[in-house]
Design a protein around this ligand. Structure first.
Ligand SMILES: *Cc1c(COP(=O)(O)O)cnc(C)c1O
Length: 384
């Protein structure tokens, strides 16, 4: 049976055009961008082009782009880099993050608290997992070192009011970071308009290669490198750049922005067909995340009394590759922190399903899934 991939939020296949553009940098153009000779200059030129393209798409200067090894590293560098710099220069120790962050942010913040004594606090979210700007404003203190709020959530698809949050943070003079790893492929990001100080992106969630990411760091933001060594990446990320992957990253971001609006319309129609079909045909089902203010390719649900992990297995056997939305532990399942933050009880939160669409998703595929899903949810309920 044909296997159908419906987990584009977990990762995407590399676009053939992206793959092509990367290939010479594994072989013929192999120089170290830091070398003086012609081999190095050639590599440095390609690196500069990738940086210029990335900066143009985000509306910043190329000196403000730091290439990293993945979205996770971008988040780590943003949080640790700013927290350490703020502590060192001004003694600031207060960190504010949302309760719906990816673990790359939340576990980094928890470590800053546990090991380095930072005062970590979580913001409130509404029933859709969206941060409330007014509440954020009242929570910022004179010793706040950093605010981090996810751009669009990986588990529930909700999009945060980033430009409102950015405006508040800028007025208060607090550096604002956003994890846009899920947003990169689907939303037009303008770091000036959003008044962002730091923004994380990852290659493999937007039809680029795995193992590469980028961090926008606004000029003047206090920042220490979290990986020390050479002077690469403006001194913020030591290590010889992985040129083939960086070239692939910038090409993926460029392609994502070409037909972004058309793709967004096509995907959101499919998404809404899926959401309507599930909510209409499956009793005891709920959409998680915001019905409108959500990623165009993202549908996520909870089914009361269902075993989410078992449902994923049943779907896989039926030929559909989906996700629960979080890294769910088999054996002793715990409701995800994100679903808990929405106020969902255990009987609902353990029955989560995330279906994320992509370039090969069609109406026929959505309809096939809608035909199979009700019986599979029933089966996943009986098991409990
Ligand atoms: C996937 C993801 C990450 C991690 O990115 P990697 O490139 O896989 O390290 C971080 N944040 C969000 C929101 C993600 O979806």
């Amino acid at each position: 049976m044909a296997k159908i991939y419906l987990d584009y939020a977990a990762t995407t296949p590399v676009d053939p055009q992206v793959l092509q553009i990367m290939l010479p940098y594994f072989s013929t153009v192999f120089g170290n961008p830091s070398s003086i000779h012609n081999f190095g200059q050639e590599a440095d030129h390609a690196l500069d082009e990738a940086r210029t393209t990335t900066a143009r798409l985000l509306n910043c200067r190329k000196e403000e782009i730091v290439f990293t090894s993945c979205g996770t590293e971008s988040d780590n560098l943003a949080l640790r880099g700013v927290a350490f710099a703020q502590l060192k220069s001004r003694g600031l120790k207060h960190i504010l993050i949302s309760p719906v962050e990816h673990h790359a942010v939340s576990h980094t913040a928890e470590q800053l608290k546990e090991v380095f004594g930072f005062d970590l606090e979580y913001l409130d979210v509404d029933e859709y997992g969206i941060v409330k700007p007014d509440e954020l404003e009242s929570r910022i203190r004179s010793d706040t070192a950093l605010v981090s709020v996810i751009y669009a959530n990986n588990e529930i698809g909700s999009i945060n009011p980033i430009s409102e949050i950015g405006k508040i943070c800028r007025e208060k003079g607090v550096p604002f970071h956003s994890d846009a790893v899920q947003a990169g492929a689907h939303l037009r990001i303008d770091v000036q308009k959003d008044r962002l100080d730091l923004l994380s992106l990852g290659g493999h969630k937007m039809y680029g290669p795995k193992g590469v990411g980028a961090l926008y760091v606004r000029a003047g933001v206090p920042m220490l490198p979290s990986q020390t060594g050479g002077k690469q990446e403006g001194g913020l990320r030591a290590g010889t750049q992985n040129l083939p992957l960086i070239v692939g990253f910038s090409e993926a971001l460029r392609i994502a922005n070409i037909d972004l609006d058309e793709r967004s319309i096509r995907l959101s129609k499919l998404r809404d067909r899926l959401i309507d079909g599930v909510l209409r045909n499956i009793p005891g089902s709920r959409l998680t995340g915001h019905p409108v203010q959500r990623l165009p390719n993202h549908a996520s649900f909870v089914f009361e009394g269902a075993d989410g992990n078992y449902l994923l297995t049943l779907l896989d056997i039926a030929g559909f590759a989906c996700s629960s939305g979080s890294a769910c532990k088999v054996g002793n399942p715990q409701p995800s922190e994100v679903l808990e933050a929405l106020g969902l009880s255990r009987t609902w939160a353990l029955g989560s399903l995330r279906i994320t669409l992509g370039k090969d998703s069609t109406e026929e595929i959505v309809d096939q899934l809608l035909e199979k899903l009700p019986a599979l949810v029933q089966k996943a309920r009986r098991k409990i």
